[in-house]
Design a protein around this ligand. Sequence first.
Ligand SMILES: NC(=O)c1ccc[n+]([C@@H]2O[C@H](COP(=O)([O-])OP(=O)(O)OC[C@H]3O[C@@H](n4cnc5c(N)ncnc54)[C@H](OP(=O)(O)O)[C@@H]3O)[C@@H](O)[C@H]2O)c1
Length: 340
Amino acid sequence: MTVVNYQILLKKRPSGAPAADDFESGEGRVRSPEHGEVLLKNLYLSIDPAIRGWMSDAKSYLPPIAIGEPIRSGTLSQIVESNAEGWPVGQIVQGLAAWECFSTVPVSNLHGKVKTIEGIPLHAMLSVLGGTGLTAYFGLLEVGRPKEGETVLVSSAAGGVGSIVGQIARIKGCRAVGLTGSDDKCAWLTDTLGYDAAINYKAADLRIALKEACPRGIDIFFDSVGGEILNIALTWLNRRGRIALCGAISQINAVELPPGPSNYLQLLAKSARMEGFTTLDFARRYDEARAVLASWIREGQLKYRDDIANGLENAPSHLLRLFTSEPRGKLMVKLANPEV
Ligand SMILES: NC(=O)c1ccc[n+]([C@@H]2O[C@H](COP(=O)([O-])OP(=O)(O)OC[C@H]3O[C@@H](n4cnc5c(N)ncnc54)[C@H](OP(=O)(O)O)[C@@H]3O)[C@@H](O)[C@H]2O)c1
């Protein structure tokens, strides 16, 4: 019997924000793995801003997705056929695959074997114990290097990464201040996640609100947004302040490269540091970070929220939600349960 592989393909490259008609559904064949490859049944798709970058024809750390190809995506998957030593059938893995029910990939696409942790659901391996949690952990602790009593400002603070960053800052004895795009999300940050203060950057005069929320200035700015928010935050950076440059979602849909932060000489005036990072820089330490994050979850110090859509057909609309103020926490799409 031939198994049909349902897929979501890139129909055309977006101009500006992605739209529903940039995608089309398709049916491919399921290919048996050649030497060094495995056949994956995809269980969860990770919905990340990076996907928008791969839909463009721009140079990046990975090549653009070709027109007519399935949308590339981080996944949580189960090996259903293996032609690679050390990667047995039944193993659940995290990796880079695509928006399709089955993917045949080389083992170099696999980021690791997933060990489920008692009391923590499988999908958390794609969020708080996966890319978003690891990004928050290494970006804050290794790039920001927080010290007790410091003030940590976080942009997109209710997002997948940001919702974890502020809580780690609190665990490390810092004052955590979050920026997000609605009053409801501000309340979630302070009342549920324990942020000390939250600012609705769409409603407030950010210059005034930051001064009030960060009375002793900003020691660390964990920035996922860039643009005008970064420019304004630079003004309140303390001497020897640090900016952990995680992402720039405000610029990801720009048709032309926007101007850089005009306020960057604040770095000079404050002897401050702005440092970019990718989570992959810390790949050798993922297990160590996962163990710490899991212990914080078990102790009730770290909360997380996964915003899960069901069904491959809902992947495009879930991706479009990333560029609105709707979501809280980490977006993902569930395709299937693992086979036992
Ligand atoms: N360096 C790395 O290795 C690495 C790894 C993973 C992710 N990242 C980056 O980390 C950031 C966060 O990723 P995530 O997956 O957790 O996404 P996310 O923060 O959950 O992104 C969705 C949120 O971004 C905010 N947003 C969307 N468009 C915006 C705009 N034009 N201006 C300001 N805010 C906007 C919205 O929240 P509001 O309501 O708050 O506006 C939206 O709900 C992204 O920039 C991503 O590229 C970096």
